[in-house]
Design a protein around this ligand. Structure first.
Ligand code: ADP
Ligand code: ZN
Length: 817
């Protein structure tokens, strides 16, 4: 008898054993999907994880119902990666499967495919079974997977579904909730009369003599049209530096016409792969490149490339990717999620065109199908993506590049698998015998330490390519404000902004997180309204005139009088980006000011639109949270201001200095990217003596590292130890506390573990659940670590096995950030 261990997309602690019926023996392989029944009459598509002859003793084995694939859809390498993730990060294989497989490969019998009404005519390239399914969908409008199996030969239905989704002929039910919208872009054409007779152009240019901006724009139009079939408005405005008003005027005069067109979902612009400027590396860059190659071939699997913003790291990446392509090999290029929506991606498209695929979590299922397939069949030679790109079915991978390797967004918080994409990419690269390049201006302490100990190789770029000096950093006392002008921005900063504007430069203002958003306070007794469910202060939004809870999202009416002392002296205090924007608009009425935070930019395209507007110069000043500092390449920024530096170093976390330093350095890196002007950085703080400020002012990473690594060693924090965070949740506070106490006691038995807590979490209540945390510090050695993890899991199981505590949720977070 042959048995199979099956991974189901459910939170089950283990794989389940099913029997392989004789008819399927010999055809079932690891990585294929099979249909199995589980629970009451429920069928699931699960992945075959292992085939064996071990007869389970304790339960009756059910047979596999159907084989769903002819080929494995998950490769041996992917399975090995899944296994490592699940072991290292202490999650189930089901969790990994949920995260790793795109929706179309996890379809359930009852999942519905819905015909896309915007489709007329079927693509030629469809296979027979794809065609069959498309026709059926066209007539019936929707079909469940079970019905599809009846329409298309059972063995081929998977391929048919994947084709139909890839061509956008139909959608998976869930996707409709995302509201499918084709992507539109505006293009510019010569008006019909002029196009018919270009001799008329002479008089047209004559007529524009009094409107130099318009004639300039028209000239650019012809320049672009010489090189490209279509001229997009965005590109035209960017290259000509003209304002949208100039374009509008030309349209009104009947010289140009505009038209909105739908563009393919995956092509990011009309101009891909066409102008890939050739470039030669300068001496320092060439040296760095050779150092990387040398260390890679010298058995260093990982090399850290440290270079300030603007030093040309990206140019090295491009070079390495091109070299891999010449050898027929692929590259995975990881970026923080947020950087994927920017100009940066356009820049890479220029080099790699159709060989480049972009992958991030906001793509719809259909887009994922397309990318998954193209990675699998080797059409994409470069994938740039956020951490979820690690799950793609790579073939022939040469290297993984992790840019901005210090970024916290590489760590997945929720749900499981709570993996660190940078760390996981090193394991993944090992499976492919590929190499890893980590890039950063301000490397994480962990990576820098690995260089120090010789585990990683190292290469550096010390100078900015155009020899621009790094901006001068000025610190100014935050108390020094003029309340009549602005409640939070100091006079020197306002003057600097005015100065930057008058030089034609743009300004970026950075405000830490939303925690600094306005809250209401009673001026008489100091009462602050809190969310009854979440134990965090509520944020006041002026536009909606409501109090918001940023943890659970609940909204309520603002208070008129104080529930504590009864007086009607409720005032708004501290300022969020919204209030700053309002102040600034009042002070600079003629400037175009925009705000970028998670409130103002919702939705897939809102942010990229705002970034484009800024790049194009139709925004003079951008006020924002962390979002504005991530890898954005704004050429014309003359001033960067940090409004509340104290808040960066005043929360309880051992990484707080590292974060604050990285953030301030990165923000500074936004200034002065042009040749002529180093730009200015203003940092407002109450505590001007803070040591970090001097380090940032001197742009001295080495000194920062020396100080910080000493502190880590002294208190035995990573990279000198490993941390594990356990979070216990329950709606009954006493029960949650008792469970945490019990678990902490059990953990005493795990050898060589240092236990901190239990303690209530910083935010001690979320969605009516009380949170308690236990932090564990473990020695770094790998072998002992995995047995320690086993014992920790056993302790958790023991807790959850107790009647009284069975409802307590325990979340285990390895290497928490
Ligand atoms: P980083 O990624 O380190 O921030 P970039 O690679 O973006 O730096 O380089 C900064 C700027 O300098 C870019 O505009 C880039 O085009 C230019 N640059 C860097 N190196 C070269 C080179 N070798 N030849 C031409 N331009 C370069
Ligand atoms: Zn709440």
């Amino acid at each position: 008898m042959i048995f199979a261990e099956i991974i189901l997309p459910l939170a089950l602690p283990k794989t389940l054993t099913y029997g392989i019926p004789e008819t399927l023996q010999g055809t079932v392989r690891r990585g294929m999907r099979v249909e199995v029944s589980f629970g009451k009459n429920k069928s699931y598509a699960g992945i075959v994880y292992e085939l064996h002859h071990r007869h389970p003793e304790s339960y009756q084995v059910k047979p596999v119902k159907k084989l769903l694939d002819q080929q494995p859809i998950v490769s041996e390498r992917q399975l090995a990666f899944w296994t490592w993730i699940s072991r290292y990060y202490c999650c189930t294989l089901g969790d990994v499967m949920q995260a790793a497989l795109p929706a179309h490969l996890k379809l359930m019998n009852e999942t519905m495919l819905i015909w896309n009404e915007q489709i007329f005519g079927l693509p030629q390239a469809l296979s027979d079974e794809g065609y069959l399914l498309a026709e059926a969908l066209q007539v019936r409008k929707k079909l469940t997977i079970a019905e599809i199996r009846l329409v298309v030969d059972n063995k081929n239905h998977a391929r048919a579904i994947s084709e139909v989704l890839e061509y956008g002929l139909a959608f998976i039910e869930d996707d409709l909730k995302e509201k499918y919208k084709p992507k539109e872009e505006q293009f510019v054409y010569l008006s019909n009369t002029l196009a018919a007779d270009e001799k008329l152009l002479g008089p047209v240019f004559d007529s524009l003599k009094t409107a130099p901006r318009q004639s300039e724009l028209l000239l650019h139009f012809f320049q672009i049209r010489q090189k490209e079939k279509e001229v997009s408005s965005a590109e035209l405005l960017k290259l000509s530096g003209a304002k949208p008003a100039a374009l509008k005027a030309l349209v009104q005069k009947g010289i140009l016409e505009t038209c909105d067109k739908t563009i393919s979902r995956l092509s990011n612009s009309g101009s891909r792969g066409r102008h890939s400027p050739a470039y030669t590396l300068n001496e320092e860059q060439e040296k760095a490149l050779q150092a990387i190659r040398r260390q890679w071939s010298d058995k260093k699997e990982v090399v850290l490339l440290q270079g300030v913003t603007g030093s040309g790291k990206t140019m090295l990446y491009i070079r390495l990717i091109l070299e891999a392509i010449e050898r027929g090999q692929a590259t995975l290029f990881l970026l923080p999620e947020i950087a994927l929506t920017t100009h940066f991606v356009q820049r890479l498209f220029a080099y790699f065109g159709d060989q480049l695929g972009v992958y991030h979590s906001r793509f719809s299922n259909n887009e994922r199908v397309e990318i998954w397939n193209k990675v699998q069949n080797g059409q994409y030679k470069v994938i740039i993506g956020a951490r979820s790109a690690l799950w793609l079915p790579f073939q022939n991978l040469a290297q993984i590049i992790v840019d901005e390797e210090h970024e916290i967004s590489y760590k997945q918080q929720d749900p499981a698998p709570r993996f660190q994409a940078r760390d996981a990419s090193i394991f993944l690269a090992g499976l492919h015998q590929a190499k890893v390049l980590l890039g950063s201006a301000t490397p994480s302490l962990e990576s820098a330490y690995n260089v120090q100990t010789g585990k990683y190789g190292f290469a550096a770029l010390h100078r900015r390519f155009h020899n621009q000096v790094l901006p001068e950093v000025k610190t100014i006392p935050a108390g020094n404000i003029k309340p009549s002008l602005s409640g939070i921005i100091t006079l020197p900063l306002l003057n600097a902004a005015q100065n930057a504007f008058s030089k034609g430069k743009q300004v970026l203002l950075f405000q830490n997180k939303r925690g600094y958003a306005p809250f209401l306070i009673c001026a008489s007794c100091g009462f602050i309204p809190h969310c009854p469910q979440c134990d965090v202060s509520l944020t006041y939004h002026k536009v909606s005139d409501r109090l918001h809870c940023h943890y659970c999202g609940q909204k309520s009416l603002p208070l008129k009088s104080c529930p504590q002392c009864g007086q009607a002296k409720i005032i708004a205090r501290s300022f969020g980006t919204e209030k700053i924007e309002e102040d600034l608009q009042r002070i600079f009425p003629k400037r175009r000011i925009a705000r970028m935070d998670t409130d103002s930019v919702r939705g897939k395209n809102a942010m990229s639109r705002m970034i484009r507007d800024f790049e194009r110069g139709s925004i003079d000043m951008l006020v924002g949270t962390q979002m504005i500092v991530k890898g954005l390449d704004f050429e014309n920024v003359g001033l960067v201001g940090i409004l509340n530096a104290d808040s960066l170093w005043s929360f309880p976390d051992f990484r707080v200095n590292e974060r604050a330093f990285q953030l301030m350095e990165q923000v500074s890196g936004r200034a002065g990217r042009t040749h002529d002007d180093p730009g200015e950085v203003y940092i407002q703080a109450y505590n001007l003596q803070h040591p970090l400020l001097q380090l940032v002012a001197a742009h001295d990473y080495r000194q920062f590292y020396r100080q910080e690594i000493q502190f880590r060693a002294q208190f035995d924090y990573p990279p000198f130890s490993k941390l594990i965070k356990l979070t216990l949740k329950h709606r009954d506070q006493l029960k949650a506390a008792a469970a945490a106490g019990f678990l902490a006691e059990q953990l005493q038995h795990v050898p060589r573990v240092h236990i901190q807590g239990p303690a209530p979490a910083v935010v001690s209540k979320i969605r009516n659940l009380y949170l308690f945390e236990i932090r564990l510090k473990l020695p770094k050695s790998g072998a002992a670590l995995s047995s320690q993890k086993q014992e920790i899991l056993t302790a958790i199981q023991r807790l959850q096995g107790l009647k009284g505590f069975s409802g307590v949720q325990v979340i285990i977070d390895i290497d928490p950030w």
